[in-house]
Ligand binder design. Structure first.
Ligand SMILES: [Zn+2]
Ligand SMILES: [Zn+2]
Ligand SMILES: [Zn+2]
Length: 363
C-alpha cells in the first residue's frame, strides 16, 4: 500500500482515512491517480475540490457509500452523472441487509478489504470488465448472509465473474474457527478477495487471453473434473508432498484452485513489497547470515517495474524479518509459507502474465 500524505500539512494518511487528523481537512481517494487527496469545500454542500495537483478545479463527490462510512472514494463529474457509486463500489450487486445493525460493521470490514484489492488492481493496470459491459462474465460482488434457520450456508466463491462472499467471514471469531477447522495458516477477508479475483483473471487473462496451454504446462491440466476434485480434497488427507508444489493444501485440490491461491500470494507479495518500498525498509542483519537473508532498499515499483527475481530476492528477507518481529510480539508468523522452486515457477508465470497485460494496455 502507498504511503499517503496530506497536501495541506504533510501528515501521513492511511488508505481508509476520511479526514486528516492534523489539519482536519476532509480526505478522499482519487482512483484515476490511485492517491488520497485532501479536500476543500466546493460550491455546494456535497461538492469537494481536491488539493491533488491537476484536480484542483474539478468538483468531486464522495461515493454514496461514504454516508455509511463504508467508502472514501471520490467521483468525478462524469462519474457522478452515471451514478452515485465510486469505481470500486459500482461492482457491488448485493450488500448486506443494513436493517440488522451487526451487518453494518461486517460490511465496513468487507469494504476495507475490497477497496484494498481494487487499489492493487488499479496499480497493476489490470483490466476490469463490469457486469454492465459484459452481463455474462463481467465482475460483480454478492455479499450474502446465511439463512436464519442455518439451512444451506452461503459458500464464498467465484462463478463467471460473480464473486460471492459469505458475510460471516467478517466476524473474527467465526473466521478464526474456520481457519483452524480447515487447517489453514492464513484466512482473512483480503485473502478471500485476492483468491476469488484470481479465478476472475484466470477466465479473463488465461482462458480468454490465449494462454491456456502455457498455464497448463505450469499448473497442470484443468480439464479434470472440478467437483470430483473438490470432493476428493475434502474427503481424504492431502497428498503427502503438497508443500513441494503448492502454496497451500487447498491449492493441491485442482489446478484452478492452485492458480487462484498462487495469484492471491502474488498479490500478497507485491502489495506488501510496495509498502516496504515506500517505507524505505532495508533488511541488513547484524549477525553474519547467508546473503539471501539481506535485502537492500527495494529498487522500484513492485506493481510495475520490478523483475520477478527482484521481487523474490526482496521478499524472502522481508518476510523472515517480519515473521521475527511478529514472534517478538507473541503473534503468529505474518507469512507462514514456504516458496519452493516449483511454487516460484507458478508465481513467475503469473508475474509474466501480469507484465504482458501491462505492456499490452500501456497508456
Ligand atoms: Zn492535513
Ligand atoms: Zn465507493
Ligand atoms: Zn477458489
Amino acid at each position: 500500500m502507498k504511503l499517503f500524505s496530506c497536501e495541506c500539512c504533510a501528515q501521513p494518511l492511511f488508505f481508509e482515512n476520511t479526514r486528516c487528523e492534523s489539519c482536519h481537512h476532509a480526505v478522499g481517494y482519487l482512483h484515476k491517480v490511485a492517491d488520497l487527496t485532501a479536500l476543500n469545500p466546493g460550491q455546494e454542500p456535497d461538492l469537494w475540490l481536491p488539493m491533488e495537483p491537476g484536480f484542483e478545479s474539478v468538483p468531486h463527490r464522495y461515493c454514496a457509500n461514504h454516508a455509511h462510512d463504508a467508502c472514501n472514494w471520490l467521483l468525478s463529474p462524469e462519474e457522478s452523472a452515471r451514478g452515485p457509486l465510486c469505481y470500486a463500489c459500482q461492482f457491488n450487486r448485493t450488500i448486506p441487509d443494513l436493517a440488522d445493525p451487526r451487518n453494518l460493521e461486517r460490511w465496513r470490514k468487507i469494504e476495507i478489504a475490497k477497496h484494498r484489492l481494487f487499489h492493487a488492481l488499479i496499480r497493476l493496470r489490470l483490466p476490469i470488465v463490469s457486469r454492465l459491459q459484459d452481463p455474462e462474465n463481467g465482475l460483480a460482488f454478492d455479499f450474502l448472509e446465511d439463512a436464519p434457520d442455518g439451512s444451506a450456508p452461503v459458500m464464498t466463491g467465484h462463478s463467471d465473474g460473480l464473486i460471492t462472499l459469505a458475510i460471516r467471514e467478517a466476524d473474527d471469531a467465526q473466521r478464526e474457527r474456520l481457519r483452524v477447522e480447515m487447517g489453514e495458516y492464513y484466512r482473512t477477508l483480503l485473502g478471500h478477495f485476492r483468491h476469488e479475483i484470481g479465478h476472475y483473471y484466470w477466465n479473463l487473462l488465461i482462458r480468454d487471453g490465449g494462454r491456456i496451454e502455457r498455464c497448463r504446462a505450469v499448473f497442470g491440466d484443468d480439464r479434470q473434473d472440478y467437483q470430483e476434485a473438490l470432493k476428493a480434497h475434502y474427503a481424504g488427507p492431502p497428498p503427502e508432498d503438497w508443500q513441494a508444489h503448492h502454496v497451500s493444501v487447498y491449492a493441491a485440490s485442482h489446478p484452478w484452485e492452485d492458480f487462484a491461491e498462487t495469484w492471491a500470494h502474488y498479490l500478497h507479495i507485491v502489495s506488501t513489497l510496495e509498502t516496504a518500498w515506500l517505507y524505505g525498509i532495508v533488511i541488513a542483519p547484524l549477525t553474519p547470515t547467508a546473503p539471501e537473508f539481506s535485502a537492500p532498499a527495494i529498487g522500484g515499483d513492485p506493481y510495475l517495474t520490478l523483475g520477478f527475481d527482484e521481487i523474490m530476492n526482496a521478499w524472502l528477507p522481508l518476510s523472515m524479518a517480519v515473521n521475527s518481529l511478529n514472534r517478538s510480539m507473541g503473534l503468529q508468523d505474518f507469512y507462514p509459507f514456504v516458496l519452493t522452486s516449483s511454487i516460484r515457477e507458478k508465481l513467475g508465470f503469473i508475474h509474466d502474465v501480469i507484465r504482458e497485460t501491462q505492456a499490452a494496455n500501456a497508456p
